[in-house]
Design a protein around this ligand. Sequence first.
Ligand SMILES: [Zn+2]
Ligand SMILES: [Zn+2]
Length: 78
Amino acid sequence: MVSAEEWQSKLNTVYQQTKDIKRNPNKNTRCSCGHYITPLNSYRCLYCSEIYCKECAEIHFGKSVDEWRRDNPVQGDE
Ligand SMILES: [Zn+2]
Ligand SMILES: [Zn+2]
């Protein structure tokens, strides 16, 4: 369960990120961890709309890229 404070802080983050991007789609915005996120390196969550840097996206989406590749090998690639 998400606490009301956590949700409020997420809404503030999403509000700030959306404002940054609406003003200038090429502008960098900030991840809630403080890292700058470039447009090519931004990962928006389908469910909560928050934009993450790569490191935080791996945590938020529950798997690192390496783990995902391991779980989804390409046929003939092993
Ligand atoms: Zn999310
Ligand atoms: Zn981050």
